[in-house]
Design a protein around this ligand. Structure first.
Ligand SMILES: O=C(O)COP(=O)(O)O
Ligand SMILES: [Mg+2]
Length: 226
């Protein structure tokens, strides 16, 4: 029997050009255990991914800010405080960096993402002024409530599924996956992962991006077949 999975999206299910590796479209619907998509992206992205993969909607979005298990949605964190940080950042003359339509934050409910070409120093200062923290995923700076994390999300997903977080195997690539690695039984950082993720992971995979993740899933499946 294969174990339940927790998969990060960016850097983990993607190829170096940011596209989702099409091999997951065969692999995940056939995975004979729950697959949780745990991401820093806004809620609609992982929901769409589950829809198009045709797997059950088990989602941790916004770094734990939103948790979806089947029909059950939980929101965590103070989205208004994150929004106040963003406003103060813009009033100070900086930009979130995503252009007029800002599709990155448009559907974001519990945190705010800032493009990584914007200055981090003043963002971190404002975040701590408003009791928030900044997480750098390698794809964006996320301003979020301190207690909220993907790891916290896994605990509630596991509880709702009647599972132990220790049963899960997680794969990730950045500091927003460190909390996940802390609660699951087995954790892997792909080779492109940042130092924090590599330090926190039980194993650092030899291969990068989706190829690293798929190599782990294949190994687990073989091991489980024995
Ligand atoms: O949206 C981001 O910044 C990162 O997303 P991820 O958690 O799926 O890697
Ligand atoms: Mg990632």
């Amino acid at each position: 029997m294969v174990p339940p999975l927790v998969l990060d999206i960016d850097g983990t299910m993607t190829r170096p050009d940011d596209s989702i590796d099409p091999r997951f479209f065969d692999l995940l619907p056939r995975w004979d255990a729950p697959v949780v998509i745990a991401t820093g992206k806004a809620f609609p992205y992982p929901v769409s991914l589950c829809h198009f993969l045709q797997i059950p909607e088990l989602v941790i979005a916004e770094n734990g800010g939103i948790v979806l298990v089947d029909d059950d949605i939980t929101r965590n964190g103070d989205g208004d405080a994150a929004r106040r940080v963003a406003n103060a950042y813009e009033e100070a003359g900086y930009e979130l960096g995503w252009g007029k339509s800002d599709l990155t934050n448009r559907w974001r409910e519990t945190e705010i993402a800032v493009r990584r070409d914007q200055p981090l120093g003043p963002l971190s200062e404002l975040a701590s002024e408003y009791g928030q923290e900044v997480v750098d995923t390698g794809f964006a700076y996320h301003v979020k409530s301190s207690g909220v994390s993907k790891g916290m999300g896994i605990k509630s997903v596991a509880e709702l599924l009647g599972r132990d977080p220790e049963e899960f195997v997680a794969v990730g690539d950045s500091e927003n996956d460190v909390s996940t690695f802390g609660v699951v039984g087995e954790s892997y950082a792909v080779a492109n992962a940042d130092e924090k993720a590599k330090r926190a992971a039980g194993t650092v995979v030899e291969e990068s991006y989706s190829t690293g993740t798929i190599s782990i899933l294949e190994e687990i499946r073989e091991r489980s077949d024995e």
